[in-house]
Structures are given as structure tokens and as C-alpha cells.
Write a protein that binds this ligand. Structure first.
Ligand code: NAP
Length: 277
């Protein structure tokens, strides 16, 4: 039987885990799909999407730096993609290109289902106001935290983002230097500082004792932010590998109408990361 073809486009794409994740989903659910990773520079996205479809492709994931371009390219958008202003999943509905954003729901599923955290009534702080923060703000607000705060190195970016989501709920905005005296139950690191082994400067008592820290970035070793959480009284301090698998599962669901089990895939990936030199 012919395989339905899916792919992830990005630039660079060499280290993408998406082909391994979707291969495991397909194996587990008996879905006959092929999923490949393609290097697509931003200027080539539109041509690459059209060529993929002309070749019989069924659906795409987009990663850095293509998510905003994907938003502009989509002919229809899900409400969550419209809100985020970015698209990480594409498929065709009667030949119209539909854009979705599964990053936020991926984070919420990892936090609430896998890690068993309650967000309702809690004080939640997001560090960073880039593309990743934009994808998670709406789904976090839907969980009804008592406070959702956004702190960014460049204050103006955080203010603009809070204004964009104002209709959904209040977001309190901070500069990184203004966090002293405030305390949170959950701190989510959505900065790219961890990529360079760095950490935004944070007050020592920013996290309530027994609170949780979550770094959207994932790595073989604990990231600088995960280590910060462990050193500052967190009961739970974890990276974003679970979010990666959950956002992929949501895309798989959109494409195939089947929800794969994520826990064994997270475990396999974690074990493989541990073997990465
Ligand atoms: P981005 O759009 O480039 O935004 C980067 C953010 O980090 C900005 O708010 C920037 O502040 C801040 N920043 C960078 N270096 C900093 C430093 N040294 N100190 C303080 N703030 C700093 O990046 P993004 O796309 O949002 O990605 C952010 C992270 O999320 C990345 O690590 C990415 O891998 C991760 N991510 C993970 C998943 C997942 O599935 N697990 C999904 C999406 C993203 P300024 O505004 O001041 O420049």
C-alpha cells in the first residue's frame, strides 16, 4: 500500500527529532505514513510547500524560522493559530491550506497530563516574549491561572504581546530587573538563553518553595534553567522534551484522526538523548 507523505520543513533541520517521533506514532497506531525532514530556507517556503503538495504530500510541520511565514501562507487558520500569529502544522482541506499551531496545547498537555500540574488558580510566570511565548500564552490563559506574568529582557516586546492577548485575559508585564518581591508557583523559560547555556538573572526567591520550573528547550543534560529550579527549591524542574512530543501528537491527530500514546515516545527519546555524546 502507498504511504501518505508528511514532512517537517526548517532551516536548519539536521537535528530535528520529528521524523523519529512520527515514525514511532505510525508504528504504534498502524498508520501507513512516511515522514521526512527537509532543509527549507525562508525564501523558498512557498515554492517548497507547493512542490510538496504537487508530489502528493498530505501535511507539514514548520519549525524555526518558518512559523510566521507559514502563518502568512495559510489560506485558513485555526483559532489558536490566528491568536499565536504563527503556524507549526499545515494540511490541506479541499485543496485549501489550513494552518494550525499545536505548540501551546502540547505544553498544556505535558504540564497537566504528564506532569500532573494544576494551572488553575496558580501564579505562572513566562520568561521571554519571542515566538514560543506567543504560541503558549493563549492556551495558558485558558487554564485560568490567578496570575499570568510575562517578563522579557526587552520590555516593549512583552508589552506588545500582552496587548495582543488582552481580550483573553490579563497578563502582567515585567522587565527582568523588576521581578524582585514577586513569587510564582510555576516559572516557564521561553527564552532562547538556554541554547547558549545562559540564564536570565532571576531573584533567588522567585519560585515558591515546592513550585515547578519548565524549560521549553530540551537537552541531554539538565539545562541552566532546569538546574536553577533544582537549586531554588523546585519540587519539579524539567525540560521541554514532553512538549515536543505532545505538539507532534496533536499534529498527528489533526492529520490522521488518531491520537498516539506519547509516554513511551517521550521515554524512548529521553533514553536516546542520554546516549547522544
Ligand atoms: P525567539 O523568538 O528568538 O525569542 C527568544 C527570546 O529569548 C526573546 O524573548 C529574547 O529576549 C530572549 N532571550 C534570548 N537570549 C536571552 C538572554 N541571554 N537573556 C534573557 N533573555 C534572552 O525564540 P523562540 O522561538 O521563542 O524559542 C525560545 C525557546 O523555546 C528555544 O529554546 C526553543 O528551542 C524553545 N522551543 C521549544 C519547543 C518545544 O516543543 N519544546 C517549541 C518551541 C520553542 P529579547 O526579546 O530581549 O531579545
Amino acid at each position: 500500500m502507498a504511504l501518505d507523505h508528511y514532512a517537517v520543513f526548517g532551516h536548519p533541520i539536521g537535528h530535528s527529532k520529528s521524523p523519529a517521533i512520527h515514525a514511532q506514532f505510525a508504528d504504534q497506531t498502524g498508520q501507513k505514513i512516511a515522514y521526512t525532514a527537509c532543509e527549507v530556507p525562508p525564501g523558498c517556503l512557498e515554492v517548497a510547500v507547493k512542490a510538496f503538495r504537487a508530489g502528493g504530500g498530505q501535511g507539514l510541520n514548520l519549525t524555526v524560522p518558518l512559523k510566521e511565514l507559514g502563518f502568512a501562507l495559510a489560506q485558513e487558520l485555526t483559532p489558536r493559530a490566528r491568536l499565536a500569529g504563527a503556524v507549526n502544522t499545515l494540511c490541506w482541506r479541499e485543496e485549501r491550506l489550513l494552518g494550525d499551531n499545536t505548540d501551546g496545547i502540547g505544553l498544556i498537555r505535558d504540564l497537566t497530563l504528564n506532569l500532573k500540574l494544576t494551572l488553575t488558580g496558580r501564579r505562572v510566570l513566562i520568561l521571554g516574549a519571542g515566538g514560543a511565548a506567543r504560541g503558549i500564552l493563549g492556551p495558558l490563559l485558558e487554564q485560568r491561572p490567578i496570575q499570568l506574568a510575562l517578563a522579557n529582557r526587552t520590555l516593549k516586546r512583552a508589552q506588545e504581546l500582552a496587548a495582543r492577548f488582552a481580550a483573553l485575559g490579563e497578563i502582567s508585564v515585567f522587565g527582568l530587573a523588576d521581578l524582585a518581591g514577586h513569587r510564582f508557583d510555576l516559572i516557564i523559560n521561553a527564552t532562547s538563553a538556554s541554547l547558549h547555556g545562559e540564564l536570565p538573572p532571576l531573584p533567588d526567591d522567585l519560585l515558591i518553595p515546592g513550585g515547578a520550573c519548565y524549560d521549553l528547550m530540551y537537552a541531554a543534560q539538565p539545562t541552566a534553567f532546569v538546574r536553577w529550579g533544582l537549586e531554588h527549591g523546585a519540587a519539579l524542574s524539567v525540560d521541554g522534551l514532553g512538549m515536543l512530543v505532545e505538539q507532534a501528537a496533536e499534529a498527528f491527530w489533526l492529520w490522521r484522526g488518531v491520537r498516539p500514546k506519547t509516554r513511551p515516545v517521550i521515554q524512548t527519546l529521553r533514553a536516546a538523548l542520554g546516549r547522544t555524546p
